[in-house]
Design a binder for this molecule. Structure first.
Ligand SMILES: Cc1ncc(C[n+]2csc(CCOP(=O)(O)OP(=O)(O)O)c2C)c(N)n1
Ligand SMILES: [Mg+2]
Length: 337
């Protein structure tokens, strides 16, 4: 878990540097090697590592617009993910999705820029696992700003009625862009949403990865044993702006400082030392993680950009019925009708 957390933190520090290239002095969001928005997840790492450590490749994860720490913890290919963020042809989505739209079928990972969008597909994945009689599970991440979305509430109901093997993980960082949680939602504890759907709801009050790991272990075990869905809310911290370039003029300084002070990675390092792990070993894990990140970024930047005409390719896996005379060929894409 430490390895995943330091990989995610350093990965984002490096992306931050690359992202700012060419965008200053006046912030130009369309300039530089990573054009468009970039949402960084520094302060969320424990929610990625503590949950995904329980998962296998065949388990499904749907993540949010702030996805890197979760993707790394789920084992998404770091090089192809980085190429995607740089818009390169060898990226996970051939450079068309960017950092909010990462899809890696090898480890069943997806994410989306539409908030709470991941809930229904995760429920669909859980339904498929149930129907196929496997013991795989699905995990859907969402932010606390998404807990009033219809897609989330409908997903909770469907998951509960059909007892599906799915876990909803709310990352509560107190903010939805510039909107503090208490101004837009009726509950302080988002896990209480579970109460109305007859399923367990657990809140982890700190971003201590060991606490997240314990809560997630129970919920994922419940799902794997076919005992139904769970909601977990984890208190995380947004150490940065909503996106790169956000001046955060709306955010009290004390809140920013508090987020900077509570660093789950520093805490885990001291836990590891207390548990007898040598400093050399900690340094080695961190240095290896940094090397892998540097290598992935260098590799990605060397990859070719897609031809402009490729923008029109791969829009549909097969023509939708009614659009052409032929019926969709589901077998050709390895699916079921
Ligand atoms: C359905 C939908 N509505 C609005 C937006 C615009 N939007 C992007 S991020 C965001 C706030 C998300 O806050 P939260 O869910 O708490 O996640 P966080 O950014 O804090 O990680 C909003 C409203 C969107 N992407 N999708
Ligand atoms: Mg939030």
């Amino acid at each position: 878990m430490y390895e995943n957390m330091v990989t995610a933190r350093y990965y984002e520090e490096r992306l931050q540097e690359e992202y700012l290239e060419g965008k200053q002095p006046a912030f130009d969001i369309s300039a530089g090697p990573i054009p468009g928005e970039l949402h960084l997840a520094a302060g969320h790492e424990a929610a990625g590592a503590g949950v995904c450590d329980h998962l296998r490749d065949d388990d499904i994860v749907t993540a949010t617009h702030r996805p890197h720490h979760i993707a790394i913890a789920k084992g998404v290919d770091l090089k192809r993910m980085t190429a995607e963020i740089f818009g390169r042809e060898t990226g996970l989505g051939k450079g068309k999705g960017g950092h909010m739209h990462l899809f890696d079928p090898d480890v069943n990972f997806a994410c989306s820029g539409i908030i709470a969008e991941g809930c229904p597909p995760a429920v669909g994945g859980a339904l498929a696992a149930q129907k196929r009689n496997t013991d795989s599970v699905a995990v859907s991440y969402l932010g606390e700003g998404a807990i009033d979305q219809g897609a989330f509430l409908e997903s909770l109901n469907f998951a509960s009625v059909f007892d599906l093997p799915v876990v909803f993980v709310i990352e509560d960082n107190d903010w939805a862009i510039s909107m503090p949680k208490e101004r837009v939602t009726d509950v302080e504890n988002g896990a209480k949403r579970a109460d109305g759907f007859e399923m367990p709801g657990v809140r982890v009050d700190s971003d201590d990865v060991l606490d997240v790991y314990d809560a997630a272990g129970e919920a994922i075990g419940r799902a794997r044993d076919r005992n139904g869905p769970t909601v977990i809310e984890v208190q995380v911290h947004r150490r940065m702006g909503h996106f790169m370039g956000d001046p955060e003029t709306y955010r009290p300084e004390a809140d920013q400082e508090a987020a900077a002070e509570r660093d789950s990675i520093v805490r885990l390092e001291s836990d590891l030392r207390e548990a007898g792990v040598e400093d050399d070993r900690i340094d080695e894990i961190r240095d290896d993680a940094h090397s892998r990140v540097d290598e992935a970024i260098e590799w990605a930047k060397d990859q070719p950009l897609p031809e402009p005409g490729a923008a029109h390719e791969d829009l549909f896996v097969s023509p939708a019925s009614g659009v052409t005379d032929s019926e969709p060929d589901f077998e050709a894409v390895g699916g079921e009708e």
